[in-house]
Design a protein around this ligand. Structure first.
Ligand SMILES: Nc1ncnc2c1ncn2[C@@H]1O[C@H](COP(=O)(O)OP(=O)(O)OP(=O)(O)O)[C@@H](O)[C@H]1O
Ligand SMILES: [Mg+2]
Length: 262
């Protein structure tokens, strides 16, 4: 029986990115399939956040082609691009909620831009997103500065989910959370992935998250994606850059943990 061809959600071909004479990406290729939970890892400054912005159509690479949901973005009109952008939810590295708006107002904002709905319907939809991320309803009327770190991250995810995206991008979502908070956040991501039929890409340095949440790891180094494979294989990869990245205590501990349960 023939295997069903999996849908490609993101296909990056020969991407180049540079700032003045600083080359960040060169001949970078990456394919992500529907439903995958991908960790994008690599040393600081290797261009993970920039790549996420390019996938989210927030900045253009200097060369190469980005295909999203099978469509080459360079060939799309403004309207076509707007349609694609709605299918992508992004949680930024700095959270980036508007501090002058309540949590609910923050979630409503993207809805308002794209849908002509009554205020009460907007609020209802926003509350639904809020509940999806496990936030208590009382959080809706708080301002970002009065939320804990973990609640802020959930509120940012709720906003990213406002337009029912098919692809959710998260930039270091568990950075700054305590271990219990980080693992609760990871569980929430897994639940969202399962219930909303999402494809996930998360930039993370958090090895616990990588082991728990993701099924594929894309490793950024030498200005391109050096490998995309499950973490079990990544920690055994002999490429010197990959080896160096994982040759620290946390990675070793995680690898040992796996071996002892195998
Ligand atoms: N707007 C910009 N102008 C100039 N240089 C930039 C700009 N944005 C990013 N860079 C540079 O591009 C490189 C990649 O940045 P990026 O933020 O993607 O790294 P990163 O892999 O996300 O790092 P980290 O793990 O520290 O978040 C860095 O050297 C950064 O200084
Ligand atoms: Mg970054």
């Amino acid at each position: 029986m023939a295997m069903l061809e999996r849908n490609k959600i993101v296909e990056l071909q020969a991407i180049a990115t540079q700032f003045a004479d600083h080359v960040v990406h060169h001949q970078l290729d990456l394919t992500i399939y529907q439903g995958e939970r991908v960790a994008l890892v690599g040393g600081s400054g290797t261009g993970k956040s920039v790549l996420l912005s390019e996938i989210a159509l927030l900045r253009e690479p200097d060369a190469g082609e980005i295909m999203l949901f099978g469509q080459p973005v360079t060939q799309l009109s403004g309207q076509g691009l707007a349609g694609l952008r709605k299918q992508i939810g992004m949680m930024f590295q700095q959270g980036a909620l508007f501090s002058s708006l309540t949590v609910l107002e923050n979630i409503i904002l993207p809805l308002q831009e794209h849908q002509r709905l009554s205020q009460s319907l907007l609020e209802e939809l926003a509350m639904l997103k809020l509940r999806l991320t496990g936030l208590p309803e009382q959080a809706a009327h708080l301002y970002p500065q009065s939320l804990s770190g973990g609640m802020l991250k959930r509120a940012a995810v709720a906003r990213a989910l406002a337009l029912d995206p098919a692809l959710l991008l998260l930039d270091e979502p568990t950075a700054g959370l305590d271990p219990a908070g980080a693992s609760a956040f990871d569980d929430m991501l897994l639940e969202l992935h399962a219930s909303l039929n999402l494809t996930l890409i998360l930039v993370t340095h958090d090895l616990d998250s990588i082991w728990r949440v993701t099924d594929q790891v894309a490793f950024l180094g030498d200005q391109r994606v050096l490998a995309k494979q499950p973490i079990e294989m990544m920690v055994k990869d002999e490429h010197p850059v990959i080896k160096a990245y994982f040759a620290n205590n946390r990675a070793k501990r995680a690898a040992i943990k796996l071996e002892s349960t195998a």
